[in-house]
Design a protein around this ligand. Structure first.
Ligand code: MG
Ligand code: ZN
Length: 370
C-alpha cells in the first residue's frame, strides 16, 4: 500500500472526528476557536528573505511594516540534505515535513512522492490556493501541489495542477500550459476540470464559491515591481480570501513573494526591497483577514536567504544605508518565522525548516500518517 493511500485512509478516519466538531454556518463562535485550533492557514513565503531583507522594510518602507504585527517570532535552520538549500527542497520541507535534495518537488530524498499539507488538508475537506509572483509551476508553489523529481519539469508540473486539489491559483507561467513542448493544451484541460481560467487580468465579474479559479498573467514570471507589476500580490491574496470566505470549509493558502530571491541573485537592492515591500503588503491582507476571522493562523517565513544581503553603512557613513551583497547565490543563515493566530505560540524557538509543516499540522489539529 502506498504512503499516499495509507495517509488518505488515516485522514478519512480523522475527517470523521473533524466533521463532528465542525460548526454550522453562522455560528461563528466555533469549535476551533474554543479548542484553540486553527480553522484556516495562510502560509506566506518570502523566497530568499533573510533577516536583513525583512529589516529593509523597517528602513525603506514609508509605513510601519506589517511584520511588526506578529506576536510570535522564531528561527529555522534551512539546510536540505546538503548545507545550502535551493527553493525546491526548501518548499518541499515546508509542504511535506521531509528534508530532500536540491531540485526535489514534493518528493523525498529517494524521489518518492510525499503527501503535501495542501493535499492532506484537501482530503479533510479544506479548500486550497497557491499564489506566486513567479510562474505557478516554479519550485515554491509547485512543491505544494506537484510531485516531480526535478524542478525543471515545468510542463509536467503544469499538468499535475489539473488533477491537483488546488481550487484557486494566481501567478505567471502561461508558456508551460500552452503545449509548446509536449503538445498538450493544459489550459483546455484546466477548463474541463471546472477551472475558470483568466490569462489577461486579475478580475472576476462575481466570484462563485462553486467554481475554481486560475489566473496565468505572464508567459513566465510576473513583471518586477520595478516594471510596474502593481498590487498583483496583495490583490490576489485578497481575492483568494474573498473566494474562500464564500464557503464554510476551512482553507489553506500558500502566498509566495517569489522575486525577493531574484533581487538577491541579481545583487540589486532596489529590486529586492521593492519586492519585499510588496510581500509585506500581502502579509497585511492576510493579517487583516485573520484579525477579523479569529480562527486563522498566519505564518510568514522564507526557504533560505539569497545574496548574503547586509544593511551596511554607505561609504562609512553610519547615518546612511547602502545594502551590500556577499554572494550571487543562496546563504544558509537562520531564517525568521512570524506567526499570528491560533497555534502561533508553537512557532517560537529555533528548529528545522521541516518544523513548519509539523507545527501547521499541530495548530490545525491534523495528524499525519507519514
Ligand atoms: Mg520561489
Ligand atoms: Zn534562489
Amino acid at each position: 500500500m502506498s504512503n499516499r493511500i495509507l495517509s488518505s485512509l488515516l485522514v478519512v478516519i480523522l475527517g470523521v472526528t473533524f466533521s463532528c466538531t465542525e460548526t454550522s454556518p453562522g455560528s461563528e463562535t466555533s469549535e476551533s476557536q474554543k479548542s484553540g485550533k486553527a480553522k484556516n492557514i495562510i502560509l506566506l513565503i518570502g523566497d530568499g528573505m533573510g533577516l536583513s531583507q525583512v529589516s529593509s522594510a523597517f528602513y525603506f518602507k514609508e509605513s510601519t511594516p506589517h511584520f511588526k504585527r506578529f506576536p510570535t517570532v522564531g528561527l529555522i535552520r534551512t539546510s536540505s540534505t546538503i548545507k545550502i538549500t535551493d527553493s525546491a527542497a526548501g518548499a518541499t520541507a515546508f509542504s511535506t515535513g521531509k528534508k530532500s535534495y536540491n531540485g526535489a518537488i514534493g518528493v523525498d530524498a529517494d524521489t518518492v512522492s510525499q503527501t503535501t499539507i495542501l493535499e492532506i488538508a484537501s482530503d479533510l475537506g479544506w479548500n486550497s490556493g497557491v499564489i506566486a509572483t513567479s510562474s505557478i509551476t516554479h519550485a515554491t508553489p509547485a512543491s505544494f501541489f506537484a510531485h516531480v523529481k526535478s524542478r525543471g519539469m515545468a510542463e509536467a508540473i503544469a499538468a499535475q495542477l489539473v488533477t491537483s486539489d488546488v481550487d484557486f491559483f494566481a501567478g505567471g507561467g502561461l508558456q508551460y500550459f500552452n503545449g509548446s513542448q509536449d503538445g498538450i493544451n493544459t489550459i483546455e484541460e484546466l477548463s474541463k476540470a471546472d477551472f475558470d481560467i483568466n490569462t489577461t487580468s486579475l478580475a472576476v465579474e462575481s466570484l462563485q464559491g462553486t467554481r475554481k479559479y486560475g489566473f496565468l498573467l505572464a508567459e513566465d514570471g510576473m513583471p518586477r515591481m520595478l516594471d510596474d507589476r502593481g498590487d498583483f500580490l496583495p490583490n490576489a491574496t485578497q481575492m483568494a480570501l474573498d473566494y474562500f470566505s464564500l464557503s464554510d470549509s476551512p482553507f489553506f493558502i500558500m502566498v509566495e513573494g517569489s522575486q525577493i530571491d531574484w533581487g538577491g541573485h541579481a545583487n540589486n537592492e532596489d529590486y529586492l526591497v521593492s519586492e519585499l515591500i510588496d510581500f509585506d503588503n500581502a502579509i497585511g491582507k492576510a493579517l487583516d483577514f485573520a484579525e477579523k476571522d479569529g480562527n486563522t493562523l498566519v505564518v510568514v517565513t522564507a526557504d533560505h536567504e539569497t545574496g548574503g544581503y547586509t544593511l551596511s553603512a554607505n561609504d562609512g557613513n553610519y547615518d546612511d544605508i547602502k545594502g551590500t551583497f556577499s554572494t550571487g547565490g543562496h546563504s544558509t543563515t537562520l531564517i525568521p518565522v512570524f506567526a499570528y493566530g491560533p497555534g502561533s505560540e508553537l512557532f517560537g524557538g529555533i528548529y528545522e525548516n521541516t518544523g513548519i509543516f509539523d507545527k501547521m499540522m499541530e495548530a490545525a489539529g491534523i495528524r499525519s500518517a507519514q
